[in-house]
Design a binder for this molecule. Structure first.
Ligand code: NAP
Length: 293
């Protein structure tokens, strides 16, 4: 194992609440191991009231890391300096310390950009995108979409004022639809930026509402495809969950912390291994339930 050079972090954390479901520790520890770096990455469940004191403590140890719901905007506000992208999105998902000062970036934008580009390849023009949700992930997706010229965007959000505010803040022309079903009408790409489906309860929008041939990106990186992704594929849509965005935002964060390109193959292997273990555990417990006494 290679000792981490003094200017790089030895400890990395994911700040969020809740965080136990996150796949980031798995991916980042795989990348650290593959790079031979003696650093650790773990998830820290931090209540909003405790964030300021936790950040103070992390600064003392020169700890770097990632940020997830609900702390991205608060960490952005706590940073002494942020990248242009983080400033534009208004949220930080990656942080580190320089001379004791907290610096922030938003690598969700890169992750979203790669996920969108991979899904599209060269098949869609002109691009008509429906975005479901108007929180931090939607902001990152909207900034990522600026790379794809002249995308027409419709957006639906439970709190529609947030969708209007997002368009105004980013200076992007958006059609704010009354419902998810209305937003996806005419869209050749649909992106779920809500947590609907995280607990496998409902779908962000019924699959029959989608235009034929629309491609689908569900930002939820579940350990195993989301029900929505599965149902969309069954109906003939090209559909991906949030795994690629997760790996790519994580890879970009790794580069910020260590100035090294991580071994993405090791990150994907870790993800796939965890999926196999989850699937095996599920089928065992199903077997245990149905096995005769
Ligand atoms: P957020 O800032 O809390 O925004 C969530 C959005 O979804 C808001 O518009 C919210 O509406 C809406 N929403 C929440 N629950 C809903 C429900 N039950 N029905 C309808 N709308 C609902 O969260 P975020 O940071 O944008 O994250 C959204 C999702 O993206 C999460 O599942 C997260 O895991 C995922 N994500 C994935 C990656 C990745 O790398 N793959 C990266 C970032 C985020 P209200 O305003 O009314 O609450």
């Amino acid at each position: 194992m290679i000792p981490v050079p003094p200017e790089h972090p030895k400890r990395l954390v994911l700040l969020g609440h809740p965080v136990s479901h996150s796949l980031s520790p798995l991916l980042q520890n795989a990348a650290l191991k593959s790079a031979g770096l003696q650093a650790t990455y773990d998830a820290l469940d931090v209540l909003p009231d405790a964030l300021t004191s936790v950040l103070r403590e992390l600064a003392r140890g020169g700890v770097a890391g990632n940020v997830t719901i609900p702390h991205k905007e608060a960490v952005r506000a706590a940073c002494v300096s942020v990248t242009d992208v983080a400033e534009r999105v208004g949220a930080v998902n990656t942080f580190w310390h320089e001379k004791g000062k907290l610096i922030g970036d938003n690598t969700d934008v890169i992750g979203a950009r790669v996920a969108i580009a991979t899904l599209l390849s060269e098949r869609v023009a002109p691009l008509r995108v429906a975005i479901l949700g108007a929180g931090g992930a939607a902001a990152a997706v909207l900034v990522a979409l600026e790379e794809f010229s002249s995308a027409a965007i419709s957006i639906a959000a439970r709190t529609s004022s947030r969708a209007h505010a997002l368009g105004e803040r980013l200076g992007i022309s958006l059609h704010v639809a009354d419902s998810a079903a209305a937003a996806v009408k005419g869209a050749n790409m649909v992106i779920n930026c809500t947590p609907i489906g995280l607990k496998a309860e409902e779908l962000p929008v019924a699959v029959h509402e989608l235009e034929a041939g629309a491609c689908v990106l569900d930002l939820i990186p579940r350990n195993g495809d989301t029900d929505w992704v599965r149902e969309c594929r069954n109906a003939g849509h090209i559909a991906e969950d949030g795994s690629r965005m997760l790996v790519e935002q994580g890879a970009a964060a790794f580069e910020r912390w260590f100035g090294l390109v991580p071994d993405r193959a090791s990150m994907w292997r870790a993800l796939k291994l965890a999926r196999t273990e989850v699937a095996t555990a599920r089928s065992k417990s199903a077997g245990a339930v149905t096995r005769p006494a």
